[in-house]
Design a protein around this ligand. Structure first.
Ligand SMILES: Nc1ncnc2c1ncn2[C@@H]1O[C@H](COP(=O)(O)OP(=O)(O)OP(=O)(O)O)[C@@H](O)[C@H]1O
Ligand SMILES: [Zn+2]
Length: 619
């Protein structure tokens, strides 16, 4: 749009504010491409775009800034280049990087007037939420799932933050369902994707500690058997590349392991026992078929076709791993192949292996197309939902630029209700939210010298903390408390201490009658004044006020909402947690002394750790 048209549409004052603003767009995917186009055409003065990914064929149907010739190029750079053509005078900056890198520190965030989130995972969203709160920059958060979309305006101290409401936890499946007693196609798909592929081409569960027999006494025997099976597969893995590798794998997972399960008669009182497969009889079946069936992704494959695709994809993956191993030097991490829905070899392998297992357990098979959706946790992305959501983000940003938060809304897009677009008033911050009720400060630390002890000293001398304080890093690990003094001499630059120079949370553990302070999140930044010889290794930057913890809950709204709440939204506001439990960045803190704390393993396989749009399939 020409500047004169923008002025006519939104008025001179807002047009001026838009033109003067410097905004950050995080994510150049489905929503991000639409949003960048909107921002540029609306006349936003300066737009910075960040995305860590490169363009994939599957992005082209909706991420309209990208074309075939851009495949494998960085999304952020191409998005900038293409959007620049819409508005040659726009000032655009692109970063092919992870927004969670420590170079994008709180001072960098503070340089923007508004941040727009167009992300696809919870951890990056939470990170940007936290940085924006600390930097005091308004955030427009958005997301879509199929036909549903949501836009939320977040401002420190005025509205709920992204973390005020608990997020859905990822779907997990008990190990025994996956490994011994599958009853649904998804169980076989997750077995192939999250167990068989890692066992053959990645880190085996024995190395990663996925199975823990001590956790579950009832299933201890069965879990011990599963561990023995995994060890036997590890031995077979040694023969990768040999002529009989495929036969050995097949006979192990589709015959020997199945016969053992079939022998456990108690398990099959209520359902048909599994039927092991015979390699030779399938191979000798004269039925006309070939691995070319893998090209037919909408049709169910026959037993023989699954067998041939299994053999062929196992061979392709074995060759790929061999090449990686040959290229790797001794200092490189151990090469491995991981499942990726856009990687044909792993998708063929998962489809065929899952179907063979389904045949064994008398479970319906799935086509390659369906397997891709299920294994990739995909809900089809709808271009129109992304476009409408991106438009709503810009409309909400106008309220922020006009300092008129009382007019800003939580907006929902949905297809099922009476109206496609519904809105709700913004709620004030949740008093129990550990992210937005914290105080935020900045700290500079000399990478070479600064120790945890230096930081503790500054907290006591400059901020008058008492003895009872604890420090938790951004991974949720307690790195200091009065009983954990051994870390005091360790450098802040150690990953196990500061977890990548992100931020540390200081907790005042004094009793209630001592008027303890709220949690303090200290974000690492560059030193403002140049370091001199006598400058301390750790220095607090800027002024810092740390409020005292409220004596009783205060649920009064911070600002009045002038509008009437719209009750027609089927989505409604997100579930409230209503809990006061002190959590750090969503994790209950674990202590770290000496080496990095051991990750607690449980007897569940996580279907997808980070995904925000997981399909919900009941176990
Ligand atoms: N930590 C991060 N830093 C920078 N960009 C990120 C980060 N996490 C995710 N992104 C980007 O956010 C964008 C989200 O876009 P979208 O939801 O359309 O996902 P997609 O990966 O492009 O598509 P799909 O997942 O449907 O194949 C992606 O381009 C992704 O690379
Ligand atoms: Zn909050």
């Amino acid at each position: 749009m020409r500047p004169s048209s923008i002025k006519r549409s939104v008025g001179v004052d807002l047009a001026h504010r838009i033109q003067k603003s410097r905004v950050l767009l995080v994510g150049a995917g489905g929503i991000g491409c639409e949003l960048l186009k909107n921002l540029v055409l609306t006349g936003f003065g300066e737009v910075h775009i960040i995305d860590l990914d490169t363009i994939d064929l599957s992005n082209l149907n909706r991420q309209f800034l990208f074309r075939h010739e851009h495949i494998k190029k960085p999304k952020a750079l191409v998005a900038k280049e293409v959007a620049q053509k819409f508005q040659p005078s726009a000032k655009l900056e692109a970063y092919h990087a992870n927004i969670m890198d420590h170079q994008f520190n709180v001072d960098w965030f503070a340089g923007f007037n508004i941040v727009f989130n167009a992300l696809d995972n919870i951890s990056a969203r939470r990170h940007v939420n936290h940085m924006c709160l600390a930097a005091g920059v308004p955030l427009i958060e958005s997301g879509t799932t199929g036909f549903n979309g949501q836009v939320q305006v977040i401002e420190k101290g005025k509205t709920e933050c992204y973390d005020c409401n608990e997020k859905e936890t990822p779907k997990t499946y008990p190990i025994c369902t996956l490994r011994s007693n599958p009853t649904q196609p998804i169980h076989c798909i997750v077995w192939a994707k999250s167990w068989l592929i890692p066992e053959l081409f990645g880190e085996s569960e024995d190395e990663s500690g996925t199975i823990d027999s001590t956790e579950d006494a009832e299933n201890a025997d069965e879990i011990q058997k599963l561990r023995e099976e995994a060890l036997a597969l590890k031995e077979i893995r040694e023969s990768m590349g040999s002529d009989d590798f495929c036969r050995k794998v097949f006979e192990k997972v589709f015959k020997v392991d199945i016969e053992r399960l079939r022998g456990m008669e108690d398990m099959w009182k209520e359902r048909q026992p599994p039927d092991a497969l015979e390699y030779d009889s399938i191979e000798q079946d004269p039925a006309l078929s070939s691995p070319a069936a893998s090209k037919e992704d909408r049709r169910e494959w026959t037993l023989k076709e699954n067998f041939l695709v299994f053999k062929d994809s196992l061979d392709r993956l074995s060759k790929r791993l061999k090449e990686l191993v040959e290229k790797a030097t001794s200092s490189d991490p151990k090469p491995q192949l991981l499942f990726d829905k856009d990687d044909e070899d792993t998708l063929d392998f998962v489809t065929a292996a899952a179907n063979l297992r389904s045949i064994i357990f008398h479970i319906p098979q799935k086509t390659k197309f369906d397997t891709k959706q299920m294994a990739g946790n995909i809900i089809p992305a709808i271009a129109t939902t992304n476009a409408m959501t991106a438009g709503l983000c810009v409309l909400q940003s106008f309220k922020v630029l006009q300092d008129d938060l009382s007019q800003a809304k939580m907006v929902f897009l949905e297809r099922s209700g009476a109206r496609a677009i519904n809105s709700d008033s913004l709620d004030p911050p949740k008093p129990g939210c550990s992210i937005c009720s914290s105080a935020h400060g900045r700290v500079a630390a000399d990478q070479e010298r600064a120790t945890l002890g230096d930081l503790v000293e500054i907290l006591r001398s400059d901020l008058e903390y008492g003895e009872e304080l604890s420090i938790v890093n951004s991974a949720g690990q307690v790195i200091y408390d009065p009983d954990l003094e051994e870390n005091l001499t360790r450098k802040l630059s150690e990953p196990a201490i500061t977890n990548g120079f992100s931020f540390l949370t200081i907790r005042d553990e004094d009793d209630q009658d001592q008027d303890p302070r709220v949690n303090l999140d200290l974000f690492f930044v560059e030193r403002q004044e140049p370091a001199s010889e006598d400058s301390k290794p750790v220095t607090l930057q800027g002024t810092l006020e740390i409020p005292r913890k409220p004596k009783k809950k205060n649920t009064e709204p911070v600002f009045e909402d002038a509008s009437t709440a719209n009750g027609t939204s089927g989505l409604g506001k997100r579930k409230r947690d209503g809990e006061d439990e002190v959590m750090t960045n969503g994790h209950v803190a674990k202590k770290v002394a000496g080496e990095q704390a051991n990750g607690d393993s449980d007897d569940l396989i996580v279907l997808d750790e980070e995904d925000s749009g997981a399909i919900l399939i009941d176990d």
